[in-house]
Design a protein around this ligand. Structure first.
Ligand code: ZN
Length: 67
């Protein structure tokens, strides 16, 4: 399947969801496409490391607080 162009939810930058990444996601069982560009993903990962205690996967309420 071809590469996909996605738009980052955070910074609105277009980024490529490559064939290889799509395969990787499928392999991991992720059903959703990535919402953020690699840069924002990395930033979030670093953030999460500082915010210990939160699982980051508890659903909508937490997401609202975050932005
Ligand atoms: Zn971004």
């Amino acid at each position: 399947m071809p590469d996909k162009i996605l738009v980052c939810k955070d910074c609105r930058t277009e980024f490529i969801f490559s064939e290889g990444e799509q395969a990787f996601y499928r392999e991991k069982g992720f059903e959703n496409e990535p919402q953020r560009c690699p840069e924002c993903r990395r930033a979030r990962k670093n953030q999460r490391r500082n915010n210990t205690g939160s699982t980051g996967r508890t659903g909508g309420r937490m997401q609202n607080n975050r932005w």
